[in-house]
Ligand binder design. Sequence first.
Ligand SMILES: Nc1ncnc2c1ncn2[C@@H]1O[C@H](COP(=O)(O)OP(=O)(O)O)[C@@H](O)[C@H]1O
Ligand SMILES: [Mg+2]
Length: 233
Amino acid sequence: MTILEVEDITSGYGSMPVLHGLSLKIEKGQIVSLLGPNGAGKTTLLRTIFGILKPWKGIIYFDGKDIKDLPPEKITRIGMGYVPQEENIFPSLTVQENLEMGAFIREDNWSGRLEDIYEMFPDLTKRRKSRAGELSGGMRQMLAIGRALMLNPVLLLLDEPSTGIAPYLVDQIFEKIKALKGHGMTIFLVEQNTQALKCSDRSYILEGGEKKAEGNACDLLADEEIAKHYLGK
Ligand SMILES: Nc1ncnc2c1ncn2[C@@H]1O[C@H](COP(=O)(O)OP(=O)(O)O)[C@@H](O)[C@H]1O
Ligand SMILES: [Mg+2]
């Protein structure tokens, strides 16, 4: 079942287009990654899907609903989570307060969910009273993901979770992302790190706002032309 369908999207800033008629699909329960160099339009695509930027043209369907004209608050309520590339936590609040903020629109008793998140990220449990600003880059990313998970989204958009964190923690982040899939979540993983392909089912390669390749993640990794041209190998 297709959970997200983006078709022929054109989007940008002011009068400058960044994405030029981009189409992609995400099947429920998969990890789908999007790789591309700096400036390719990856963040612009996530902002457009999540309703921060309104596309100039094209369609966006999420879980069978047309979301092209919905604002981010409404998109959040129907089950999409978004972890931006930067400024994705509140540094002056504690770990626990950050997670609680993640539950802001929940009116039910979400304390069980808080415990689920601590179970998924045991390192955060030990730091629940620490200020988020004191955490390492890797721990901050885990916290940012944990915050988005408080609403138990159907689809989670992640913008470069491995960027700027210590290399030994990169593997751990990708392992956590795989574990989320094990919990039934669908993930759209935007990355510059080709390691992302190893934990993905399908992948897309974006450059200059255009799709350059798509397919089974293993096939893309094994394709020498693609590796040479787009994956910096
Ligand atoms: N807020 C903005 N205003 C104007 N141009 C922007 C803005 N954000 C990004 N851009 C431009 O859009 C293009 C794509 O950027 P972005 O989507 O951030 O790429 P990526 O995430 O792949 O690095 C770049 O040329 C960038 O300079
Ligand atoms: Mg970006």
